[in-house]
Design a protein around this ligand. Structure first.
Ligand code: 3PG
Length: 393
């Protein structure tokens, strides 16, 4: 793919596809990571004299102008973060954005209203892509986290203008390549989360590509139950036992070690005050549920990490939202941060819950790379081609 190094930006109108789909609660942006990560590309383009036209989706308005899903609040947030004014157009195609784009001077920035206000966005409608292309002379995609969607602003328009990867897109792709494309070995993957059923393709792809696959979260309960351990009232998928056994067999054939918990923290309920204790996985009481992995398991994971050159992490170990069930996730996160600093472990993590868990553990800045993507990171780990990346050539 071509990066913006190849773009002669001076005086050009550049359409920049960003992912400004930031978390908002009661009208307040709760996490500005995606805004901050976009700044280097905007600044670089503006400094080179480009007229930067930023577009993005926000939430899922399904082709309607849902007022709560306007990108207008992001105009202020972006201007504050950039430290320069940001112009606004109330639509992403048509006379208003065309006039606003034409009025830009070199180095100025314009933000367009939500691309998903048009049904053509998600349908990858060529007419919408053409409307977007009309605004600019070049297209830069910095929305890795939306690259798993073949939409008009992520895929269609890339075929209509000279297309380039922005710095965030570039950083994401380089980090992922270092994680799974061409990684330093041994590679350890940690996969957590509630369900095997939503991560089947991911587990399949990883067993073929990594040396050790550590399984945490509620999905570990399903694997343990499939091995015959009674898991009490733990969350698990009874109908996935056969699948879990198949994954273990495939891993063995591919010489990938699957590391399952050897001890778990059990409690009566998923609640802060619930009394809890640690038990071996073969003695989970009938009336209790596993909500985290135990310290012996953490030791085993840390031993694998000390041997590893690369770590890919998606999904927490336990129900980290309610302490003390965050113990294993926080302990492993801190070891990963320490090993990244001391022994050059390349640590790459991603996915919505994973990022919250790493932030909770206070190590966000200390890993080699934390992806800003949720679904796109998962699809990439599944080995899929992302349409928004493929369209960059
Ligand atoms: C995300 O937050 O993962 C991206 O912005 C994509 O959003 P979507 O799942 O609504 O397509």
């Amino acid at each position: 793919f071509r990066t913006i190094d190849a773009l002669d930006a001076a005086g050009k109108r550049v359409l920049l596809r960003a992912d400004l789909n930031v978390p908002v609660r009661e009208g307040v942006i709760t996490d500005r990571t995606r805004i901050e990560r976009l700044l280097p590309t905007i600044r670089e383009l503006a400094e080179k004299g480009a007229r930067v036209i930023v577009c993005s989706h926000f939430d899922r308005p399904k082709g309607k102008r849902v007022p709560e899903m306007s990108l207008l609040p992001l105009r202020t947030a972006l201007a504050e973060a950039l430290g320069r004014p940001v112009a606004w157009a109330d639509d992403c195609v048509g006379p208003e954005p065309e006039a606003a784009a034409a009025a830009l001077a070199d180095g100025e920035v314009l933000l367009l209203e939500n691309t998903r206000y048009h049904a053509g966005e998600e349908k990858n409608d060529p007419a919408l892509a053409a409307g977007l292309a009309k605004l600019a002379e070049a297209y830069v995609n910095d929305a890795f986290s939306a690259a798993h969607r073949a939409h008009a602003s992520t895929e269609g328009v890339a075929h209509l203008l000279p297309a380039y990867a922005g710095r965030l897109m570039q950083a994401e792709l380089e980090a992922l390549d270092a994680a799974l494309g061409n990684p330093a070995r041994p590679v350890v993957a940690i996969v957590g989360g509630a369900k095997i059923s939503t991560k089947l393709e991911l587990l399949g792809n990883l067993t073929r590509r990594v040396n050790v696959l550590v399984i945490g979260g509620a999905m570990a309960n399903t694997f343990l139950a499939a091995q015959g351990h009674p898991m009490g009232r733990s969350l698990q998928e009874a109908e996935m036992h056969e699948t879990a056994r198949q994954i273990m067999a495939e891993a063995a054939a591919a010489q990938c070690e699957i590391l399952l918990p050897v001890d778990v923290v059990v409690a009566e309920a998923f609640a802060a005050q619930s009394p809890h204790r640690t038990v071996a996985v073969d003695s989970v009481p009938q009336d209790l549920m596993a909500l985290d992995v135990g310290p012996e398991t953490v030791d085993l994971v840390e031993a694998r990490l000390r041997q590893a050159s690369t770590l890919v992490w998606n999904g927490p170990f336990g129900a980290f939202e309610i302490p003390p069930f965050d113990m294993a996730t926080v302990a492993v996160a801190q070891s990963v941060a320490a090993l990244t600093a001391s022994s050059g472990l390349k640590s790459i993590a991603g996915g919505g819950d994973t990022v919250s868990a790493l932030r909770h553990a206070g190590v966000m800045e200390r890993l080699t790379y934390v992806s800003s993507a949720g679904g796109a990171f998962l699809e990439w780990l599944e080995g899929k081609t992302l349409p928004g990346v493929a369209a960059l050539g």
